[in-house]
Design a binder for this molecule. Structure first.
Ligand SMILES: Nc1nc2c(ncn2[C@@H]2O[C@H](COP(=O)(O)OP(=O)(O)OP(=O)(O)O)[C@@H](O)[C@H]2O)c(=O)[nH]1
Ligand SMILES: [Mg+2]
Length: 201
């Protein structure tokens, strides 16, 4: 995927602030600190357009980016993570409301990438999220992140346990450190956009 430009359209702290555009959206979601913002930057070769951090809870609003390639103009959405303990209950409820409004009602959302940390054992909250997504009408896939961060055998174990529980889910594996797995996701995005264009014709 040749990205010609990336710009931030807006950031939303309330549902009413979601942009009213007609761009197809790819959203990136997952546990806090799983690597959403970092992966977005790498996929879009965009430097630091999405703000990443060592500390969990960095992304606190829903960030909408506009991406131009020679063939397509679309949007990438960086979401706040879930499972971040050090946040007040009130704030968590606001985030959860914002995210569920986005996931339930967003017509522009064509695919959700759910990121799961492959360097730690499977987490209950991730499995619960996958199960909820399977019951929803949101098209999604699982992206295993941080495949460089643990021994290969541990990474393989986490991935195979989660895949066993969710056999029909499409999956990707990435390491932003080793720079692996980006082209598979980029190709998938382009194919999804191309299909959409055909459907529109
Ligand atoms: N080793 C390793 N570290 C990674 C990888 N991807 C991200 N990280 C690190 O993980 C930390 C969190 O990354 P972010 O991209 O901010 O994570 P996030 O999911 O956007 O986090 P929130 O916005 O807080 O929900 C940063 O220190 C990144 O450098 C990876 O593939 N390998
Ligand atoms: Mg983030």
């Amino acid at each position: 995927m040749t990205v010609q430009s990336v710009s931030e359209i807006t950031t939303a702290g309330k549902t009413i602030e979601f942009p009213d555009h007609n761009l197809a959206e790819f959203a990136f979601w997952g546990r806090s600190n799983v690597g959403k913002s970092t992966l977005i930057n790498k996929l879009l070769a965009s430097g630091t357009v999405a703000k990443a951090s060592k500390n969990a809870g960095k992304t606190r609003r829903v960030h909408f980016f506009e991406v131009k390639t020679p063939e397509f103009i679309f949007s990438v959405v960086d979401m706040p993570g879930y499972g971040y303990a050090r946040v007040s209950k009130d704030k968590r409820l606001v985030w959860e409301g914002l995210i569920s409004d986005y996931l339930i009602d967003r017509n522009q959302l064509i695919h959700l990438f759910l990121l799961v940390d492959a360097s730690i054992p499977p987490q209950k909250i991730d499995q619960e999220t996958i199960e909820k997504l399977q019951l929803s009408k949101v098209p999604f896939s699982v992206v295993f992140t941080k495949t460089d961060k643990a021994k290969q055998a541990e990474v393989d174990k986490t991935i195979s346990l989660i895949c066993k529980l969710n056999p029909s889910v499409q999956r990707f594996q990435t390491s932003t450190l080793k720079k692996t797995g980006f082209s598979e996701i980029q190709e998938f995005m382009e194919k999804t956009l191309a299909k959409l264009d055909v459907e529109k014709m």
